[in-house]
Design a protein around this ligand. Structure first.
Ligand code: ADP
Ligand code: FBP
Length: 326
């Protein structure tokens, strides 16, 4: 292998820079030229790139975001877009492409397999942790930690005013962030896809109201609801309105939003990203269409189809602890 390219694609995640650093340093040690393309697949279509050197990546491990920038690239959903990516890779004589991103970015890799015969390796990075074949994705631990610290602060003011608070967290359509953050902050209620299927929202509403009213009768304290984004019609504001209209319950809303995607990666994400990055370069000598993951302390290589098509449920132990305590 003489030349390896990297992109960061989809939602940025803290630790992407640490993965880039590990890949570049590893390539340098093996005498492989390492090319970074900007803006996810867009940079491969537009041919926006630079040769990455150790000097460029030495100081980046502790920073959130990505020095290669990230983006979503609608053209990848067309044959022409994918063909243009393949053309750029051929023009630069790239032997292997490492895609640092989430399930969508890996679907892009699958599309590329039809037009490019180089080696394709995925490094799982998304705050949502919604990829199978790895216990954790790069960025997830940091996002959970950021949201936990934010809710600890909300708890202080919620306690002072004896308020009901609805805190909306990210996760697109999966509840890994909601459940982990809810447990870490002793939220009185966690509302997510896994425990609130859309057909049950009326029932969820009634039991939530009962739970709040019971607590308000007995205690002078706060009530924090951790709500997964895209679950409740109208989001956190919609739920606030519902509580008010149905039971005259006042609540305050905080949508944590993009702060969960930013900030310095926590040690777990820095270490995970470094391990996965180094293993990605190793794998790029002999494999293609694989994602590097880490399960039960072991680095593994799994077919990207399995990683994207399988669901990774929220840890059953976390579910059980929440059910026991509420
Ligand atoms: N089915 C697909 N076919 C080809 N490319 C895809 C597909 N799904 C996603 N992509 C590419 O991957 C990019 C990132 O995907 P997205 O789902 O937005 O983020 P993530 O990789 O974090 O899940 C998309 O903007 C698109 O360029
Ligand atoms: O940046 P955008 O386009 O607003 O997307 C927001 C989405 O991105 C995420 O932060 C990360 O999702 P992906 O890693 O799948 O891109 C989701 O939690 C959220 O729903």
């Amino acid at each position: 292998m003489e030349s390896l390219a990297i992109i960061t694609s989809g939602g940025d995640a803290p630790g992407m820079n640490a993965a880039i650093r590990a890949i570049v340093l590893s390539c340098h040690a093996k005498g492989i030229k390492c090319i970074g393309f900007y803006h996810g697949y867009n940079g491969l279509i537009e041919d926006e790139c630079l040769t990455l050197t150790p000097e460029m990546v030495r100081p980046i491990l502790q920073y959130g975001g990505t020095i290669l920038k990230s983006a979503r690239c609608p053209q990848m959903h067309t044959d022409d877009g994918v063909k243009n990516v393949a053309k750029t890779l051929k023009r630069h004589k790239v032997d292997s492409l490492v895609v640092i991103g989430g399930d969508g970015s890996f679907r892009g890799m699958m599309a590329l397999q039809s037009y490019w015969s180089g080696r394709l390796i995925g490094v799982p990075a998304t705050i949502d942790n919604d990829l199978a074949c790895t216990d954790s994705t790069i960025g997830f631990s940091t996002a959970v930690s950021t949201a936990t610290h934010a809710i600890d602060k909300i708890r202080d003011t919620a306690n002072a005013f004896e308020r009901v608070f609805i805190v909306e967290v990210m996760g697109r359509h999966s509840g890994h962030i909601a459940f982990n953050v809810g447990l870490a902050t002793a939220a009185e209620s966690i509302l997510s896809f896994e425990n609130c299927p859309s057909s049950s929202l009326e029932q969820v509403k009634l039991s939530l109201i009962e739970q709040i009213q019971t607590q308000q009768k007995n205690n002078h304290t706060s009530f924090v609801i951790v709500l997964a984004e895209n679950l409740w019609p109208g989001g956190a504001q919609g739920l606030k309105q519902t509580l008010n209209d149905t039971a005259n319950i006042e609540s305050a809303v905080c949508v944590l939003g993009y702060i969960q995607r930013g900030g310095s990666p926590c040690p777990e994400d820095r270490i995970l990203a470094t391990e996965l990055g180094i293993e990605a370069v190793e794998a790029a000598y002999s494999e293609s269409g694989v994602m590097i993951g880490k399960e039960q302390g072991k680095l593994i290589r799994r077919c990207i189809i399995a990683a994207t098509e399988q669901k990774k449920p929220v840890d059953q132990a976390i579910h059980s602890v929440y059910q026991t305590l509420t």
